[in-house]
Design a protein around this ligand. Structure first.
Ligand code: UFG
Length: 336
């Protein structure tokens, strides 16, 4: 099946393209390279032996974006990753986030209607739950007011998708709420490529271990958690990629129970920052230079997924454990 992958040279997008090819699909990538590099295409080729059609186009440009559908009339589904994703930056530049992320989804949906593409997989986030009252968090947990413009764009996009699907018969969507994607492809030919100083924990850990950063700061050790540091559900990026293949195939096979479905994509296991550090040191044998600093504004204390709906309905589950995932992140770092 021909599938358009927006943001297909990005971190999660590139791993999804690899898994799509592995499952016998035909991905087409559109990416404006604002937060990725064209060399990712070489990595994808190195793993799969396939040259994936690539459009250097910004999804917020409706004319250019529409041209891709005119040239590829057999696109059956869209997996929409293309979006700005730095929480801190979104607080400083809200208009950039609202413009990019909202115009992107509007254009995706507009083209689906215009060109008769019926299936959409949307990258959502566990950020919509804020600090859940009950853990593990299920898809039914209430949506909390967003803590950042980035988080707000995910909530608004979910609403735009729901409204559009209910107004247009034939359209279907699966929204995947990711927990914390980490790690790299086992080949170490693709992985996460943060621009500048990493904002996320794992790239900061691997860059510190590699001597690129002097010291990792643990943002707070006075949380109400067993060791005082925040808890997250770290999901292997290749496992996460596989959820998109399951989602597309579910829609195309007509197995959906509702026209819009939501799935948590996580391991179901919470891990603290100190546990991540200890496991990383143990797996790699590299000692990490770290210190405890103040809490980071806007951080959630603890969140992990109830992924049983994805396990049972989507037929998807996380396969890789934290040790092998941290090992893959380190292997990737050492090739850079
Ligand atoms: N952390 C540190 N030091 C660092 C970086 C992070 O201690 O240098 C801690 C954070 O405080 C947090 C944990 O590591 O406890 C994970 O932080 P990340 O920045 O890696 O991830 P977040 O959970 O904050 O954010 C991620 C995604 C967002 C998404 C959010 C949803 O990056 O896009 O999950 O909860 F919105």
């Amino acid at each position: 099946m021909k599938i358009l992958v927006t943001g297909g040279t990005g971190y999660i997008g590139s791993h999804t393209v690899v898994e799509l090819i592995g499952a016998g699909h035909e991905p087409v990538i559109v990416d404006n390279l604002s937060n990725s590099k064209a060399s990712v295409l070489d990595g994808i080729y190195g793993i799969t032996g396939k040259k994936v059609p690539f459009y250097n186009v910004d999804c917020t440009d409706l004319n250019e974006f529409g041209r891709i559908f005119e040239e590829n009339t057999d696109i059956k589904a869209i997996i929409h990753f293309a979006a700005s994703k730095a929480v801190g930056e979104s607080v400083k530049e809200p208009l950039k986030y609202y413009r990019n992320n909202l115009t992107g989804i509007l254009n995706v949906l507009e083209c689906m209607k215009r060109y008769g593409v019926n299936s959409l997989v949307f990258s959502s986030s566990c950020t919509v739950y804020g600090q859940p009252e009950e853990l593990p968090v299920t898809e039914d947990a209430p949506i909390q007011p967003a803590l950042s413009p980035y988080g707000n764009t995910k909530q608004i996009c979910e609403e735009i998708i729901r409204d559009t699907v209910s107004a247009c018969s034939g359209l279907h969507a699966v929204m995947l709420r990711y927990f914390n994607p980490i790690g790299a492809h086992e080949s170490a030919l693709i992985g996460e490529l943060p621009l500048g100083v990493p904002q996320n924990l794992i790239p900061y850990v691997t860059q510190t271990a590699a001597g690129i950063r002097e010291c990792l700061t643990v943002f707070g050790d006075d949380y109400d958690t067993p060791d005082g540091s925040c808890i997250r559900d770290y999901i292997n990026v290749t496992d996460l990629a596989m959820a998109h293949i399951k989602a597309v195939e579910r829609m195309e096979s007509g197995a959906q129970k509702q026209n819009v479905e939501v799935f948590n994509i996580g391991t179901g296991k919470g891990t603290s920052v100190f546990e991540v550090i200890r496991t990383f040191e143990d797996v790699t044998g590299v000692k990490l230079n770290y210190k405890v600093g103040p809490r980071r504004e806007g951080d959630i204390e603890k969140v992990w997924a109830d992924a049983s709906y994805a396990n049972n309905e989507l037929g998807w589950s996380a396969k890789k454990n934290l040790r092998e995932t941290l090992a893959s992140a380190w292997k990737w770092q050492t090739t850079l």
